[in-house]
Design a binder for this molecule. Sequence first.
Ligand code: HEM
Length: 231
Amino acid sequence: MSSTLFRATSSRAVQTRSLLLASAVAVPAARARVPPHFLNSTRAYSTEPVKSSGSSTALWWGVGLLGASAGYYFYSSSTPAKPVVALKKEEKKPLDYNEVYKAIADILDEDSDYDDGSYGPILIRLAWHASGTYDKTDGTGGSNGATMRFDPEGAHGANAGLAHARDVLEKIKKRFPDISYSDLWTLAGVVAVQEAGGPTVPWRAGRVDKLSSTDCPPDGRLPDAAQGQGM
Ligand code: HEM
């Protein structure tokens, strides 16, 4: 194995050397064709005056190095490329929202001691409180974002008690981590209405969770029970 490597290295060195030689021979011929005033010109920015040594050694070294790099380029581009091993992507099953629906429906009545024996009402309230903060004038708030996960919105007076609904849905989120909280909360509201014998509620997925409290809507967007029915 090491001898193959050695052979490869030495043939590469021979190629590079012969290219250096070839460029060294070719340059004086080219130099002969260049008008003499160009050979002495210094068209480059310099902070110091260029020394007029008259020696062209540096130029020769430069040309030699250029030839060597060109040789290496042609050598390496003619070497066959190693085959690329494509990493097999794990095929991911798209989320089946009907499965999520069924999972929510299954837990609705799992705790007969809770309230009147169903999570349905509190899930409807969660969906409504997440959605009811929407302001159509500037597009802020609403179900898209699930900002009630964060304070201050989680602690708004109107949302008292809803932590329980959010906790109940946490186990569904663990089972289906690909669903956003925004989709999960609204879907839970749909499940609660429909499983209680209510109307079919059109629903679609696609809400994207916000990542911090900066998107929480201000307090007071939901109607306040304390204000009564007004006039
Ligand atoms: C007009 C505005 C509304 C006001 C002022 C209001 C107020 C309230 C209040 C004070 C409660 C009791 C919360 C508690 O347990 O301490 C409540 C519960 C509830 N609200 Fe509303 N609500 C309003 C609109 C709605 C709407 C539009 C829905 C349905 C989409 C809704 C669904 C519910 C449900 C299902 C509960 C019972 C939750 C449970 O039993 O855990 N509310 N609401």
